[in-house]
Design a protein around this ligand. Sequence first.
Ligand code: GTP
Length: 552
Amino acid sequence: MNNGTKKNIDASIKESDDDDIEILEEEYKENEQLKFDIGALSLDSEAKSSKTSVSNITTPIKEPENQGAVSLHLLSNEQKTPKTNIKFSKRIDVIEEYKKRVADKLPLNLVVIGHVDAGKSTLMGHLLYLLGEVNERAMRQYERDSSKIGKSSFAYAWVLDETGEERNRGITMDIAIRKFETENRRFTLLDAPGHRDFIPNMISGASQADVSILVVDATVGEFESGFEANGQTKEHALLIRSLGVQQLVVAVNKLDTVKWSKARYDEIIEKLGAFLSQAGFKKDKIAYIPCSGLTGENIIHRSPDILNWYSGETLIQQIDKFEPPTRLLENPFRLSVADFFKGGIGNVSGVTVTGRIESGTIQTGEEIAVIPGGERGVVKALTINEESSKWAAAGDSVMLTLTELDILQLKIGSILCPPSQPVPITSHFLARIVVFDVKIPITRGFPVILHRQSLNEPANIIKLVDIINKNTGEIVKKNPRHLPKSTTATVEIKLSNRPIPLETFKDNKELGRIMLRKGGETVAAGVVVDVSFPKLLDIAYDTNSHFALYLF
Ligand SMILES: Nc1nc2c(ncn2[C@@H]2O[C@H](COP(=O)(O)OP(=O)(O)OP(=O)(O)O)[C@@H](O)[C@H]2O)c(=O)[nH]1
């Protein structure tokens, strides 16, 4: 294991706690050797992969046809076992450059979540305005235009809700991205839609986040409807925790509607606190801020006669305290494609891909492969948050213009990676999941939509392997017939239409997280344990040619 990889693993160990979702991650930390043993399904994939020499030999990896019937498919060993200890002869020492960049202010991706109409866009729009990110003229224009259509209360929300449809409907539909800085942090703000119809967009945005603001509406009845079974407060909080977000600021918003009542504030934080601990947030990683996005109270300033019972931080002071996340800088480069289009950045022609770098680094001039497919392209231009750059690193949301690449080879959710270190693709894998508040228990064959970053694909839970005691990690039942709510379990999942790029959590904690949804509700979240399914068949295996024959 190289030092960088070890550092990443150590850091993720430090972050762990002992809650439901954390239990999944615990499995990995007990394992310095990175051996993995799940009951009868014992394997030692890291040991195997570390023996694999990573050569320059690369094989175009073709996406196999639909797996309705049994089909034979060739994969290279390299694809199966990406390794991290490769030295690139890069022109720029990106890790050094990255250190210089963050020495000044730490970059963080911040997602704002919460039930529909909790006031997310208004709060963040107002915050951007108070920070000087929206100029006076534009703000006055928003006020005039919103009042013209009888929606003057939405003026601050319009800073973020930019499309006509969003403004007319008064709801956020897609993720809005803005930048702002506090004294010690440089934020990329992702404003997520609260409406349940747009949860896939919310997942896509939240999967890019390091930290989060959860906005709750303090209005009598509104907090309650966001918090009940069908409300998005709980679902969003569970989703972001499952996506690896550990630090949370809860904005107890619209306190103006309850006359700045301390009793109401206390009631809300008590109810939420109990739930958030269950959802896996550590108490010392959650901060509660009383505020009003509409009046601006306690965003940057506080009037002592309004919140006279509160002496804590303002919203800005609190978010300035978010801690730096662990970036997988030394892992192989991985970018999950969030979107793509024909045309390039500036004068460069080509195909442009947007997404977040999940791990590793990239610089202009480098060659990448698109998985699945194996199509190659060369990075000709790149921007980080719309600013031109020669390089980018894990955690950056980027646009890459690629030349020599056929746009037809791109799909949302494809992974860009170095041709010598391709991400595995799989249509059948083993995962450890936590079952959410499901009405009907999960049974064998259960159909789901699998989410991984921006990718969503139909799949089935084809085998319930075991149920695990969430406190001890021990297997309490093998081959269960069903998985009721709150169970932690190991399951086999099979993609219905096509194989997808996926990595185990221990190889890449960003690409190794999945979310399972059904009928518009999130039914489970978890981590990928093994992607080398079905097991290698001894039909043909030629160690010299670096090829293994797999049966899908
Ligand atoms: N009284 C009061 N109203 C607020 C406050 N914040 C937002 N609102 C109002 O609540 C409504 C919804 O606000 P938005 O900011 O669009 O809510 P949202 O959470 O972004 O909505 P979605 O993104 O669609 O989920 C608007 O009418 C706002 O003016 C507040 O602090 N006090």
